[in-house]
Every structure is written in C-alpha cells, then in structure tokens.
Design a binder for this molecule. Structure first.
Ligand code: NDP
Ligand code: 2IT
Length: 445
C-alpha cells in the first residue's frame, strides 16, 4: 500500500473533514511497513474498511429551554468498528462538535480500545449542544431528548457510551435514566455511571491517573524520577483534575490549569487543597479557571493564552484536539521539557509531534497514554455483567497493569534502531494488528 494514495482518496471523498483526515494520516503513515508485510490485507481492502466507520447516526434533537423557547441541536453517534467487541466510546457535548471531529475520535478510539487488551470496539457520539451556561434542568431535558433518539441503537452488547468533553457524571446520569426508562431494562449500557447504580470506583480518576502511570513508565526508560518535576497541564475538567491529583500524590508539582478562556500559573504549585477548590469550582459552582487567581492571589491568570510557554519539565495536554501547534512545540523543546504525555485526544498537531520526535523527547500519543479511562470503562462493564462491584484497590491495580502493558507494547513495536521509543508508531502498530487480524478472520462484512 501507499499510505499517501489512501489518504488522497479519502481526502477526495471527505474533503470537509480535516480532523478525521489528520487522524487517519498519522495512523496510516506509521503502520505502512507492517501493512506491506501482509499482502492479504491489501487483497481484502482492509485499510478502507478500517478507516471508514461502520455507520453514523445523524439526527436533530429538539428541547425546550427554561424560557419556554424550543431549541434544536445536531446530534450523532459514529459506530466505527465492532471487530473485537461492542462499540465503545464517549459522548461529547460542545459547540464545536461536527462529523469530522466525531469521526476522528471514533477512529482513534478503535485503536485505543484494542490497546487496552479488553474486548471493546470503537465509537464516539455527541452534539453541538454546550452545557456551559445552561441550567441543570435544561441539561436534563437535552440529555433526555438526545436519548429519545439514540436509545434504540445502543445496548450492553451493541454500543456502550460514556463521557467526554461536556459529559460528566451529571450528564451520564440523565442519559442513563432516560435509556433505562425507554428500554425497560437495567443493564450496563453506559459507563461512568454513579456508584449507586453500577458505576465503577476509580472510573472518574482513571484517565488522569492512567496518564500519570504511563508517564512514570516513560520516565523509567531514562531512569528519571517524577518527584519534584514541574508539570504544565491544560484543561480543568475530568482528565486535567485527576492528572493533577495523581501528580501531587507522587510528589510532582503541577503549575498550570486552563479552560477555553485562558490559563492560570501558580508559582507555588497546585496543592491538593487548591485542587479541591478547583473541583468544587468546576463541578459544583460550574465557574471559570480565572477565579483560581482571585482565590489564590500569588497565581497569575493569562486571558486568551495557553500554558505552553511556561518553563517546566513535563507537559500534559488535557483539554482538546490541536491545542499544541508547531510553534508551541518549539517553545516546549527550547524550555528543556523532557516528556509530553497526552491526556486529551490528538492535542498535538502533526508539526508539533514531528518537533517532539526530532528532539527525542519522551512523547506519548493520547491513544496510548489516555487509554486508562476507557480501560476502566471496560472494567465497569465486567463488573456490571457479573453484578458485582470491585474495591478501589482492585480496580486501580488492574488499571496500573493495563497501562504497563500498553507501555510494553509501545516499546515492543516502536523502538527504533537508535533505541529511541517512537510511541506513536508502537501504539498504532499494536492497535492496528489486533483489529486487522480480527477483521481478516471474520471475512468481508
Ligand atoms: P471536560 O469537559 O471535563 O473538560 C474539558 C476541559 O478542556 C475544560 O477545562 C474545557 O474548558 C477545556 N476545553 C474544552 N474545549 C476546549 C477548547 N476548544 N479550547 C480550550 N480548552 C477547551 O472533558 P474531559 O476532561 O473529559 O476531556 C478532556 C480531553 O480528554 C478531551 O480531548 C477528551 O476527548 C479526552 N479524554 C477524555 C476521557 C475521559 O474519560 N473523560 C478519556 C480519554 C480522553 P471550558 O470549560 O472552557 O470548555
Ligand atoms: O476518549 C475516550 O477514551 C473517552 N472519552 C472515554 C471513553 C469511554 O468509553 O470510557
């Protein structure tokens, strides 16, 4: 195969989907050598069948706001690939959501889920509805309206949604409630549920904790201790918060958090006490990160900026796609950063990735280092199936084992002749081979 030809053909078929094409191009370029060793893949047109989603549901959602106005939003579920297990992946509510973004996320999810070693296919859903500035009643009515359409396409053995940007415990609760009522069954359709109704301990923490576990494995390859290291984090949502928490537990010093309006830099470091304030600010008061600098005046708020110009040892982007561009990456390298571990999905542009790899930084793509979230979702599905709940220690220890395994696979498939570990290549090849073999065994469908 010539990866370029496939990408060119997809560009012609889906010209208005830049994020989708970006994600596909990265994977195809890094698996090309392995793919060429398997002529049977080419005969079965495996690549196109793997890049194009199985199906996409697109629908209008209508709901009534608090003033009695009828609102409409566009909503979607991309069921990308089911070869190794039921469709699995989060739901994103954000004004930027469109088919390109959800297709890139569902594509990435397919490889990420394969890496977890658990039986989960890849999917993603969402809507251009933004919960920000909406009352809880409005959010509930929107979630219910979204489920009214989607419920018939999901189920514990077909498609299991979860959270993502704009979808946390509150939204999952409302969607699960409506799903349960419409289906008339109590099943584990949805992960990230409340602990009282089938949620798993450690699932809220899992993406951030998993990313820090992965970071520690990367640092270990160079005998570097995480203790005392200064870390730049973007975002202040689920992933950012629990990344910060695990870093504090391990003696590292988180310096920044952000939202789409700007970032805060705390020269004294973010402590657990300050983090508890952030959790309350974001999850209960639903406030903005700028308020941190009002509460802790030694911290500085930078309006309209991202944190990548600050001096630090480690960078953990945990907000959204393409939030680190080529110029940011140059600053990060110039500042002497040793590791970039992605919590968000595709936060670095191709130019940024090339800059990190050229400088031989420890750099892990989201599909490897943020896989702890969906992996723990897989553990929640297992607990729901056996109608049992595992202890926090048991889930955390399984999460650690899974992240260690993903790291080993990256080393196995991604180590280059000079010893540099190309985590992008490693993750893409390991994920691809598992899904490809399953698809080959199951015939042309
Ligand atoms: P949350 O909604 O909890 O938090 C998102 C954070 O990122 C908020 O602080 C938000 O700020 C900020 N953000 C969102 N969009 C933008 C933007 N366009 N520019 C700048 N900042 C932005 O989401 P999560 O923490 O769950 O998700 C963060 C990332 O991690 C996403 O890329 C997601 O796909 C990925 N991820 C999430 C997993 C999970 O388990 N939740 C698992 C694996 C990956 P604001 O309040 O201003 O919108
Ligand atoms: O991007 C992701 O891996 C998630 N948003 C979590 C998906 C899940 O099903 O837990």
């Amino acid at each position: 195969m010539n990866a370029k030809n496939v990408v060119e053909s997809l560009k012609k078929r889906f010209p208005n989907e830049p994020e989708y094409l970006q994600a596909v191009q990265e994977v195809l370029e890094s698996i090309e050598d392995v793919y060429n060793q398997h002529p049977e893949f080419e005969k079965a047109n495996l690549i196109e069948r793997l890049c194009i989603p199985d199906r996409i549901f697109t629908f209008r959602v209508s709901w009534v706001d608090d003033k009695g106005n009828v609102q409409t939003n566009m909503a979607y579920r991309v069921q990308h690939n089911m070869a190794i297990g039921p469709y699995k992946g989060g739901i994103r509510f954000h004004s930027s959501v469109n088919p390109s973004i959800l297709k890139f996320l569902a594509f990435e999810q397919t490889f990420k889920n394969a890496l977890t070693t658990l039986p989960m296919g890849g999917a993603k859903g969402g809507s251009d509805f933004s919960p920000r500035g909406k009352s809880s009643n409005e959010v509930m009515r929107f979630c219910q309206a979204y489920m009214l359409e989607l419920w018939k396409h999901i189920g514990p053995d077909t498609d299991v949604p979860a959270g993502d940007i704009g979808v946390g415990a509150r939204e999952v609760g409302y969607m699960f409630g409506m799903y349960r009522k419409l289906s008339g069954e109590f099943t584990g359709t949805f992960t990230g549920k409340g602990l009282e109704f089938g949620g798993s301990l450690i699932r809220p923490e899992a993406t951030g904790y998993g990313n820090v576990y992965f970071l520690c494995s990367m640092l270990k390859t160079r005998n570097i201790d995480i203790k005392g290291k200064k870390v730049l984090i973007s975002g202040s949502g689920n992933v950012a918060t629990y990344t910060c928490q695990k870093l504090i537990q391990l003696g590292a010093i988180p310096m920044t958090l952000s939202d789409s309006n700007g970032y805060i830099y705390d020269p004294d470091g973010i402590t657990q006490e300050k983090l508890e304030y952030v959790k309350d600010l974001k999850q209960v008061q639903r406030g903005r990160i700028r308020e941190y600098a009002e509460k802790y005046p030694t911290a500085i708020y930078h309006e309209g900026m991202r944190p990548w110009g600050e001096k630090a040892d480690i960078v953990m982007p945990s907000a959204t796609q393409n939030e680190i561009n080529g110029e940011d990456a140059k600053k990060i390298v110039a500042n002497g950063v040793i590791a970039v571990a992605e919590g968000a999905n595709m936060p670095s542009t191709p130019e940024a990735i090339a800059t990190f790899q050229k400088a031989k930084l420890l750099y892990s793509p989201g599909k490897a280092s943020n896989a702890g979230g969906v992996a723990t979702s897989g553990l929640e599905m297992s607990q729901n199936s056996e109608r049992l709940s595992w202890s926090a220690e048991e889930v955390d220890s399984k999460l650690k084992g899974i992240m260690a395994n993903i790291h080993e696979n990256c080393v196995k498939y991604g180590t280059e002749p000079d010893g540099y570990i190309n985590y992008v290549k490693g993750a893409n090849i390991a994920g691809f081979m598992k899904v490809a073999k399953a698809m080959m065994a199951q015939g042309i469908i």
